[in-house]
Design a protein around this ligand. Structure first.
Ligand SMILES: *[C@@H]1O[C@H](CO)[C@@H](O)[C@H](O)[C@H]1NC(C)=O
Ligand SMILES: *[C@@H]1O[C@H](CO)[C@@H](O)[C@H](O)[C@H]1NC(C)=O
Ligand SMILES: *[C@@H]1O[C@H](CO)[C@@H](O)[C@H](O)[C@H]1NC(C)=O
Ligand SMILES: *[C@@H]1O[C@H](CO)[C@@H](O)[C@H](O)[C@H]1NC(C)=O
Ligand SMILES: *[C@@H]1O[C@H](CO)[C@@H](O)[C@H](O)[C@H]1NC(C)=O
Length: 472
């Protein structure tokens, strides 16, 4: 019964060749020939379809080069500055008065905290180890997990300074750029010219609260990032207002955060950068039409990181460092956000001094030097979908920057504009996949959507009719 029904389907169905399998007038040899032909066709059909699906999953996007440079608005790079004197003396004095820390204990505690606030992978060994520190920390009830909070409390956020001339600010003539205090791997620093959201600020990463409204910044009209077109001549901005003897500057893409080992260096003068920028942009439909695994890049809001609520490539590498530090030293340095469900233990200053300096190169470069072999760690970070490549034409110490700007600071100026721009594009979308599979099935088997419907119809409705005894 069933067999005869299948035979009926073969006899009438749309896929060519089936019919000959069941034609009783044909001799056996001929039927076997058709069967082989069918098997071969089905085989190649499946192979082609699999390769289409694979192409869809792995090679569906590409990066194209655009050269119509007259029409672009180029975003200027971002600038991060870390002051080399960190704590505010009057805030520290108030804190010590309130907590009755006096005399040498106080001076030693200042030296300790100042160096802790100024510590990063390259200088953990400089944290002083006075006998009084443990006692003072005990007395104040400061556990390692409070280190960053304490440093934050004793640091004055210079962007909230009422007097304009002393404020940490980012300006280009009349135009103001947004400036904020951020938490980096080199402690509390200041960032301007960035597209990153408010989550990337010291207050959000330490306390989980957005920064307070800055009435001084909002007095002026301000922009996030300065843009320029091909026809602009010299464009630039200064980040200034640092009331310290020395600063360290970082230049990076406006879509990225600074990299701690990519600095200008400790400098008594500011840095004057002259960068060239090449942007990587994405087609409007790029985000919606592809998944992360297809495009192998992430947008800012597509974070799968644990410690950070947003994604950039350098932030992902910071998280790699967190995991590496946790693996090797069993704790993480205080300058990482740790507001997660299961906070990782924060290192005591003793561990910072004893464990980290030995592995500094490993943490920074992700390469382990054992003997002659350098072994990379398994740290994989996707690219940013939207980004900019910064090339430095020059980076010089700015002689007399203090007189020039009225305070310490660094400047960025651009005079050459990009001729090229990269654009991420979808070249093989889901529709293309359907067409490709459909085309393959049509080519090898003469199969179509209606054929599929017919197949379903044949084995449901028509089968029911057949079983009920109707003859069609
Ligand atoms: C560039 O900026 C100008 C002025 O801000 C704007 O009118 C123009 O649409 C922008 N062009 C592009 C390609 O975004
Ligand atoms: C220290 O903080 C106070 C506000 O608490 C501020 O008025 C003062 O300017 C700061 N000092 C320095 C050197 O930044
Ligand atoms: C802060 O760290 C930098 C880099 O290691 C170092 O050059 C500088 O002297 C430190 N600042 C202070 C006040 O110790
Ligand atoms: C820092 O300041 C906040 C608010 O003023 C306070 O709640 C917190 O206890 C302080 N943290 C430390 C470690 O002193
Ligand atoms: C995030 O995704 C990448 C691949 O897309 C993966 O390699 C990485 O382990 C993920 N990170 C976390 C913390 O899940």
């Amino acid at each position: 019964m069933i067999l005869s029904f299948i035979k009926l389907y073969f006899d009438t169905c749309c896929i060519h060749g089936f019919r000959y399998l069941v034609k009783s007038v044909l001799i056996l040899l001929e039927r076997i020939f058709w069967l082989l032909l069918l098997i071969v066709s089905v085989y190649f059909c499946i192979i082609s379809c699999i390769s289409s699906v694979e192409r869809f999953h792995t090679k569906s996007t590409h990066i194209g080069l655009e050269r119509n440079s007259y029409y672009w608005n180029t975003s200027m790079p971002g600038l991060t500055i870390c002051p080399m004197q960190r704590l505010n003396q009057s805030l520290f004095n108030n804190y010590c008065r309130a907590n009755k820390v006096k005399g040498t204990d106080k001076t030693e505690f200042w030296d300790f905290l100042e160096n802790l606030a100024n510590s990063t992978y390259t200088n953990f060994e400089n944290i002083p180890d006075y006998d009084s520190i443990d006692h003072t920390l005990d007395q104040l009830g400061i556990k390692p997990k409070h280190y960053m909070e304490l440093i934050y409390n004793l640091t004055f956020d210079g962007t909230y300074e009422p007097i304009e001339k002393l404020r940490i600010r980012c300006v280009d003539g009349q135009l103001h750029l947004k400036t904020r205090q951020i938490l980096t791997e080199f402690g509390l620093c200041y960032l301007c010219s960035s597209y990153l959201g408010e989550e990337y600020s010291s207050r959000y990463l330490i306390f989980g609260e957005y920064p307070e409204f800055n009435k001084y910044l909002n007095k002026h009209r301000f922009v996030l990032v300065k843009k320029a077109t091909f026809f602009d001549k010299d464009v630039g901005f200064n980040l200034m207002g640092f009331d310290t003897d020395a600063i360290d500057s970082y230049i990076h893409s406006a879509f990225e955060v600074m990299k701690v080992d990519n600095n200008f260096g400790y400098s008594l003068e500011g840095a004057a950068y002259e960068p060239e920028v090449e942007e990587i942009i994405a087609e409007p439909n790029f985000e919606t039409e592809t998944s992360i695994s297809q495009r192998k890049c992430r947008f800012y809001h597509e974070s799968n990181l644990t410690h950070y609520p947003f994604y950039t490539k350098n932030i992902c590498q910071q998280e790699c460092r967190i995991n590496l530090a946790y693996k090797i030293c069993k704790c993480i340095p205080h300058f990482y956000p740790n507001r997660i469900a299961k906070p990782k233990p924060v290192c005591t200053y003793k561990t910072l001094k004893s464990c980290f300096p030995r592995h500094a190169g490993y943490f920074l470069k992700f390469y382990e030097e054992n003997g002659n072999h350098e072994k990379p760690t398994g740290c994989y970070c996707e690219q940013n979908c939207i980004d900019a490549v910064i090339k430095l034409k020059s980076a010089l110490a700015m002689r007399g920057s203090k007189q020039l700007l009225g305070s310490m600071g660094s400047s960025v100026s651009m005079s050459t504009w990009p001729r090229n721009q990269f654009k991420r594009q979808v070249i093989f979308s889901f529709t293309d996949l359907l067409v490709s599979i459909g085309g393959t099935a049509g080519l090898y088997l003469g199969f179509s959507v209606l054929g599929l419907v017919e197949f379903i119809y044949f084995f449901t409705l028509r089968l029911v009719w057949q079983l009920l005894g109707y003859k069609l």
